[in-house]
Design a protein around this ligand. Structure first.
Ligand code: HEC
Length: 404
């Protein structure tokens, strides 16, 4: 191996014969002088077809392995090297090398696609790594903008990423967002949840709670964040101010972190869904039940155990897309609240929580507004004991795409 190293003088190397790993191993053996010689040879005949097609060529890989190993290499000093790096970044999104290259050279041109990548992978290590790099590159503004976007899913993903990656800036970014009127309860709850993972965040939330300034619709999220705090002072003070809602047996709900550890009886849960829980008054499962809320036949493939509890216990914190609540006030004072079934130039139809469709002529409408709360009742846990709730969640978790 060592002897081969001397025979493979730079100009004659055929990079395409080497696998990526071998190439990396080979490059590690070279001195800086050799690397520089290598690079100038690799860059000399400037083009290969890759530049036109956007494909990563074997030569690009060679350049990348080389520049990564050259300390203090200024990527801006070499247009062909930069082009090779950018081609690589576009083609190999999410790979280890991708992150390594961004970390090392921080090309501003990548920020936009890195934001997109991170948002699309917000619940994965790669997404968080991307967000950390955005902060390192001072390109985090676009994440903050995204957190205020109308697209609920993207906004929540951005909040989650900021919580993971903003470090000491977390509070200054997320605290105002948590209190903003311009975003939905879901986004504000997500901001609270992210803040609740940090001690300084918990302290800020606590301040709002003790001064009576925490918006009511954040109570559930705040109780979960503070009652379970590992800081005893926060946990004890929180217990004086915040309570998780009571269940049918008048006992307060355990915190989410406790609930998710429990398992229940799915068959018992199925019966509760159709009786005490009243879930089938609004949800269809495999053709049975009313259609006010989303069909839950495959909900077990979509939501995690924790998300299931939040959907039931704090529905407004995660209103699913296309199921936003609207309200109409007519000129003669009639108030209608429900899901938007249709909207034309002539009339608007809303479906209320009993599953009844009500159509109002456009000319009779005084106010037509999207609500921030879910049509699903906020206090369904009142109908259930803790054990019944656990059984119910066990049941809906079994509702999966195929069979189950
Ligand atoms: C009055 C009608 C109503 C009742 C009763 C009701 N829901 Fe809902 N539910 C909705 C609506 C509307 C939505 C969609 C808006 C939202 O996500 O909050 C929804 C959403 C959900 C979701 C999230 C679905 C998704 O795709 O993300 C779950 C899970 C759920 N409900 C479970 C239940 C369970 C379990 C019960 C019984 C304890 C129940 N619901 C009772 C109306 C209802």
């Amino acid at each position: 191996m060592v002897r081969r190293r001397f025979r493979l003088v730079p100009p004659r190397i055929q990079p395409s014969c080497l696998g990526d790993q071998h190439l990396a191993a080979f490059m590690r053996m070279l001195s800086t002088t050799a690397l520089l010689a290598f690079l100038s040879c690799a860059l000399l005949p400037a083009t290969l077809h890759g530049e036109e097609t956007g494909d990563v060529t074997p030569k690009d890989k060679l350049i990348i392995e080389t520049v990564l190993r050259l300390q203090n290499f200024d990527l801006e000093s070499s247009a062909p090297a930069k082009a090779a790096v950018m081609r690589y970044l576009r083609a190999e999104e999410g790979s280890d090398r991708y992150f390594e290259l961004i970390e090392r050279f921080q090309p501003a041109e990548i920020a936009e696609s890195l934001v997109k990548y991170s948002i699309d992978h917000a619940s994965e290590t790669g997404g968080v790594r991307g967000a950390e790099l955005l902060f390192a590159m001072n390109q985090d503004k676009s994440l903050v903008v995204m957190a205020k976007s109308d697209n609920e899913t993207k906004a929540q993903a951005a909040v989650q990423l900021i919580g993971h990656a903003a470090g000491k800036q977390t509070v200054s970014i997320l605290l105002p967002l948590m209190q903003s009127d311009a975003v939905t309860v879901a986004v504000r709850s997500a901001a609270l949840k992210a803040l609740g993972k940090r001690l300084d965040g918990q302290q800020k939330i606590m301040k709002l709670v003790t001064s009576g300034n925490l918006p009511d619709d954040l109570n559930f999220a705040a109780a979960n964040a503070l009652l379970g705090s590992s800081n005893t002072e926060i946990a004890t003070t929180a217990a004086k101010y915040l309570k998780l809602p009571a269940t049918a047996d008048s006992r307060p709900l355990p915190a989410l972190s406790e609930l998710v550890k429990r398992t229940g009886d799915a068959e018992a849960g199925r019966k509760i869904f159709e009786t005490a829980g009243t879930c089938n008054k609004c949800h269809k499962v495999r053709g049975k039940g009313k259609e006010v809320g989303p069909d839950l036949s495959e909900i077990g493939s979509k939501l995690s155990r924790e998300a299931m509890y939040v959907s039931i216990l704090d529905p407004s914190a995660a209103v699913s897309h296309n199921f936003e609540t609207y309200s109409i006030l007519t000129l003669d004072g009639l108030a209608v609240t429900g899901l938007l079934i249709s909207e034309t130039d002539e009339a608007v139809t809303l479906r209320n929580s009993e599953g009844i469709d009500k159509t109002v002529d456009q000319e009779d409408i005084e106010i037509f507004k999207k609500q921030k709360t879910s049509l699903m009742p906020q206090d369904l846990q009142k109908l259930l004991t803790v054990d019944q709730l656990v059984d119910l969640v066990e049941y809906i978790l079994t509702l999966k795409k195929s069979g189950g």
